[in-house]
Design a protein around this ligand. Sequence first.
Ligand code: COA
Length: 355
Amino acid sequence: MPNTKIAGIGYYVPEKVVTNDDLTKIMDTTDEWIQERTGIRERRYGKKHKETTTTMGARAAEIAIQRAGIAKEEVDFIIFATLSPDYYFPGCGVLVQRELGITGSEAGALDIRNQCSGFVYGLSIADQFIKSGMYRNILLIGSEMHSMGLDFSTRGRNVTVIFGDGAGAVLLQPTDEPGKGILTTHLHSNGTYAEKLAFINPGAHGGYHAAHQEEQVDYHYSDAEYGEMFVNEYMVENGYIFPNMEGQFVFKMAVQKFPEVIMEALAKTGLQTSDINMFIPHQANLRISQFVQRKLGLSDDQVWNNIQRFGNTTAASVPIALCEAYEAGAVKEGDLVCLAAFGSGFTWGSALIRW
Ligand code: COA
C-alpha cells in the first residue's frame, strides 16, 4: 500500500492588509489589546465582489498543481474545507472545479465542514483514498473569506479582530518511497460544546438547540407550519447572524486538545517531540501556540507562527503556514512535520508527515 505525499503546495492571501489600527477606526478596540491577547498585528481581507473563498482557493490550487508538475485536468478528486462558503449550497468544491476550468473531467468534489481542523480532516480523507488506490491526484484546499461575514461593530469585536482571509492548497499523490509521506492522522470531535464557537444563523435549526446555548436565545420564529425562514429580522437586528465565541472556554479546550492529539500521533509512530523538525499549528491564537510549544518542550525553530501577519484563517491556516515554511526552506526533504488543529465543533486532529 503506498503512502500519500504532498507533491505540490501553494497559498494565496489577498493584497489588502488590515492593521489593528485600521480596526480601531470602526470599533472600540486597541492595537495593544489585540496584540497582547492574540499576537495578531494585521490580517488580509479579500476584495469584496471580486474575490471569494472559491477564487482564493483556486489561486492557491493553481500553484500547488503547478509545483506538482501535473496538468489541472489530471486532478481526479477535489476536497474543499471552509466555514465561509460562497453559497449555502452547492459547496465550493464544484465552484473551484469551474473556476479552475476543469469541469470536463467530472472529477468528484467533496466539501468538508470542520472549521479550523478542516484541512487536517481533509488530509486524512485524501490519505485513505490514495492508500486504497481509488485516486492518484487529489487537490485539497482550505480557504476562507471571513471578512464577508463578521460583525464590524463593537458588539462583535472579540471575534472579528481574530479572523483574516486567505487560502492554502496541496496536491496529494501516492509515493512508494519507504517511510515517506503521511505517516499517521488522528481525528476527534466532541459536540457537547457545539455552540461555544459557532455561526448559527442562517440555519435550519428552528430554535431546537437553544437549550444548549449559554445565552438562552429566542430567535422569534413564528408558529407557521410551512415556509419558515432561515434568517428573520429579529436575528439581523440583534446580531444573531454573526459568529459567536466564548473565548476563554475555547482557549482552555484548545490548550488541552492540541498536546493530546500530537502525543497520540507520536505514540502511534514511536516518535518523540524531539524528532519533530517543524510543528505547524493551526494559527488560532499566538498564545495558544506558545502554550502548546512550552508544554511539548519545542524550541522556537521547531514551530512556525504567522498569525501575527495573517490572523486566524481557519481552514486555510495550516496549509498557508506549511507553504510559507516550505518556501522559506524550513521544511526540507526527510524532515518530520507535525500538523495539528483545534476548532469549532469542537473538532481537532493531527498529522505526521515525513517530507
Ligand atoms: N478589544 C478590546 N476589548 C475587547 C475586545 C477587543 N477586540 N474583545 C473583547 N474585549 C473585552 C471584553 O469586552 C471584556 O471586557 P470586560 O472585562 O469589560 O467585560 C474583556 O475584553 C475581556 O474579554 P474576554 O473575552 O474575557 O477576553 P480574553 O482574555 O478571554 O481574550 C480572546 C479574548 C478571544 C482573545 C481569547 O479568549 C482567545 O483567544 N480565545 C481563544 C480564541 C480562539 O483561539 N478562537 C479560535 C479557535 S480555533
